[in-house]
Ligand binder design. Structure first.
Ligand code: IMP
Ligand code: MG
Length: 180
């Protein structure tokens, strides 16, 4: 399956992503206007490009930390089991947090991460996802801010991979498998 030839069709351009991030950053600035230093938590690895662009649009004092969960492996199927592969470096008790996710698909990853982070008693916890596939949801979770709602397609680019490939595409594309 991973070796099957495929094409990538553009779904969201780099320009559209940049414009959306500017608008979202304004809303986030308003929400965290009273925060001394915001902890921006990226979910590795898919959010690394998004978080890099997002923090540079935030006119706020921020720290950046990362958490890594196990997810897809090398297939396009999600697993229900979410494990923490790499935890935060910093203590978040009493802090204001923004969790940055690439895609909310079944919702299991975000739900699991939010439960874990809430148990550490942050003062405020908000979430942003670049992409949302609401039709795929298996657990009721929603990010506070969403870049784009997309249909049930497998997407790559802008940090998001298919079997570790295509993370470096500057836009979001959808995978289309070619007939052999
Ligand atoms: P969830 O736990 O099913 O919500 O999945 C979340 C994770 O699955 C995302 O953070 C992505 O890393 C991965 N994922 C979901 N949909 C896609 C996709 O279309 N392309 C690549 N990765 C995806
Ligand atoms: Mg991910």
């Amino acid at each position: 399956m991973t070796d099957a030839p495929y094409a990538i069709d553009r779904l969201i351009s780099a320009k559209e992503i940049a414009a959306r991030i500017e608008a979202l950053a304004d809303e986030i600035e308003t929400e965290f206007a009273g925060t001394e230093k915001l902890v921006v938590v990226g979910l590795l690895r898919g959010s690394f490009v998004f978080i890099a662009d997002l923090v540079r649009e935030l006119n706020l004092s921020v720290e950046v930390d990362f958490i890594e969960t196990s997810s897809y492996g090398n297939s396009t199927r999600s697993s229900r089991e979410v494990r923490i592969l790499k935890d935060l470096r910093g203590d978040i008790e009493g802090r204001d947090l923004l969790v940055v996710e690439d895609i909310v698909d079944t919702g299991h990853t975000l739900a699991h991460v939010l439960t874990l982070l809430r148990s550490r008693k942050p003062r405020k916890l908000r979430t942003i996802a670049l992409l949302d596939k609401p039709s795929r949801r298996q657990t009721p979770v929603r990010a506070d801010w969403i870049g784009f709602e997309i249909p049930d397609e497998f997407v790559v680019g802008y940090g998001i991979d298919y079997a570790q490939r295509n993370r470096n595409l500057p836009y979001i594309g959808k995978i289309r498998f070619l007939q052999p």
